[in-house]
Design a protein around this ligand. Structure first.
Ligand code: ADP
Ligand code: TYD
Length: 207
């Protein structure tokens, strides 16, 4: 049996990943393609610990957080209840909201990108995405969206962080351009235009 495709959606917070995953998943299902959507951090016990750290309920240092994401990702790939690898092997297409490029972009705000890439080596050896789709949204627009949807006191800090994260994504894509399949889509457009562009780029993998 043919393996399923594995498509990782990447972007800064609020870039429209979950919106686009839902649209692509609907389109694939209409075509009769078996499709499973998932996200990182996961809902596993390791992912729950990450959520608690992000909410400030548990305090730890940045290297530990990066390492927890590494562990959450390996479990996301391999666990036998709903692991990605068994699904891909049985022919299911998997769409994930974030994968290792999120680690490269977010954790290298305060540590070396090479350290983060090295720490994620197991995941890249186990499963590389068929394609990484980067929804490139202007950080100004991201902050506008975040401020509409969530209560945020420090929007200025949030914006400068997102600017760094976006730069780190670009740096990581440049560093890994020979090994990874990366598609950049302009996220500063309406939802339908973005989904049509994504479909044009991924269509060949489903023919
Ligand atoms: P992410 O999963 O990357 O955090 P979402 O898909 O949840 O992003 O989108 C963040 C917010 O922006 C949501 O309120 C969503 O409805 C809105 N949104 C998503 N795509 C667009 C778009 N192209 N134009 C305007 N608003 C959008
Ligand atoms: P979430 O609320 O799911 O945000 P979004 O809807 O934007 O994806 O939180 C995910 C947060 O976790 C987001 O700020 C990015 C961060 N993150 C990391 O720092 N490292 C990682 O490896 C991953 C997957 C996410």
């Amino acid at each position: 049996m043919d393996k399923g495709n594995f498509i990782a959606f990447e972007g800064i917070d609020g870039s429209g990943k979950s919106t686009q995953i839902a649209l692509l998943s609907d389109r694939l299902k209409e075509m009769g393609i078996v499709c499973y959507t998932t996200r990182e951090p996961t809902d596993s016990p390791i992912g729950s610990m990450i959520h608690q750290i992000m909410m400030g309920r548990i305090k730890t240092d940045n290297k530990t957080i990066a390492a927890l994401f590494v562990a959450d990702r390996i479990d996301h790939l391999l666990n036998d209840v709903d692991g990605i690898v068994p699904k891909i092997n049985e022919g299911t297409t998997v769409l994930t909201d974030r994968y290792y490029f999120s680690s490269y972009a977010y954790h290298s705000v305060d540590m070396s990108m090479d350290w983060v890439i090295k720490a994620n080596e197991q995941s890249s050896q186990i499963l590389r995405p068929t394609v990484n789709i980067f929804i490139d949204l202007d950080p100004d627009l991201a902050v506008e969206r975040i401020s509409k949807n969530r209560f945020h006191q420090e929007l200025f800090e949030e914006k400068s962080r997102l600017i760094k994260v976006r730069e780190n994504y670009q740096k990581a894509f440049e560093k890994l351009k020979d090994e990874e399949n990366i598609i950049v889509v302009n996220g500063n457009q309406d939802t339908k235009k973005i989904s049509d562009e994504i479909w044009e780029k991924v269509k060949p993998y489903f023919q």
